[in-house]
Ligand binder design. Sequence first.
Ligand code: SF4
Length: 344
Amino acid sequence: MSDDITLSKALEQKGLLPYAAPAYWLNLASEDYRNCRRDEKGVPLDPILAQALPSPAELIDAPMESKDPLYEKEHSPLPRLVHQYSSRLLIRATGTCPLYCRHCFRRNLLPSEKNFITDIEILQAERYLQNHPEVREVLVSGGDPLTASTEVLEKLFARLRRARPGIFLRLCTRAPVSLPERVDEKLLSMLKNYKPMRIVLQANHPKELSSLFLEKIEKILGAGIPVRSQTVLLRGINDDADTLESLFVGLSRAGVDPYYLFQGDLATGTAHFRVPLSRGLAIYQELRTRLSGLEMPRYAVDAPDGAGKLYLPESVVSLQKEGQSGYWLLRAPDGSLHRYPEEA
Ligand code: SF4
C-alpha cells in the first residue's frame, strides 16, 4: 500500500486524481488491498481494488485521449455548469468523492474543484435557470454530492427549487454503492421533500451489491425516490457477459433500473480500462439474448469530439481498419459523423 500512497502523491502533484477509498469499499474485495495481485501494468486483478487503487498505467497518455473527453468546457456557460442538452442542466456541485474511481472521466478535473459549490456560484445557477425556461431537469453531480452534509445539500436543492419551483432533480451519486452508510434517515427525510427526484448511481460489478447496499436501496425506494444505475464497461472488471448479466439482474431485482452501459470515455490515463468497441458490441449482443427488457440498459458512448451521447449499436456506420487498430464511424441523431478508436 505504501507504493500506492507514493503513487497517489505523485498523481496529486501532477494535478491528477488522488487516492481515496472507504474501508467499506476495500472490504468488498476478495484480496487484502495491501498486497493484492496485479497485472503486468500494475493494475490490481480484483475488480473492486482495480477501481480504487492507483496504478502506473494512469501515467500513460494514449492517442485521442483528453483531459476533458466530453468537451464539458465548451458546454459550460459558467464554471460548474454544463448545458449540453437543452432540457438538462448539470451542476458539478463538488470535486470530492468518498471513492476516487480510477476510470472516472472527470478524473483530470476533480482535483481543481474540491470544494462544494459556493453561494455566488449557486446564485449564478439560480439566475441561469430563471433565464433558461427550456431546462426541465437539473443534474446535481460532481464529484459526489453526497460528500456534502445533508444541510448543505438541502440548501442547494432549496435554492434550485426557489429559482424554478417543481424542477426535476437528478441526484448523481455513487455513495449508495461506495459508502452506503451515508444513506441515513436524515438524508432520506430531506430527499423526500424534494420530489420529483431520481437518484442515478454507478455500479460496475456484482460484488458491489452488498447486503448493506440492498438495504439502503430498499430505504431509498421506500422513500418514494426511483433509482437508476449506470455502468462503465471496464477491462478486466466487467468485460464479459456473465459478470454483466449477474450485475444487471441483481440491480433489477433490487428495484434499480439499469439505465446505461457506457463504453469507456477517452479520458487521459484510462486506456488500460477501455474495452475495444468491437468487443463491447459483441458482449452487448450476447446480453440481449439473456436479459429481459427491464434488466437491459442502453449501450452508449460519448462522442470524443463533444457531440454528445450516441447509442450503440444504432449509431455504428462502419469500422475503418488501419493495421491492427482503426476507428469506428458513428452517426449522431443530427446526421453528423464522429470517430471513436478501435483500440487493441
Ligand atoms: S464517484 Fe463518480 S465522480 Fe467520483 S470518482 Fe467515481 S465516477 Fe468520478
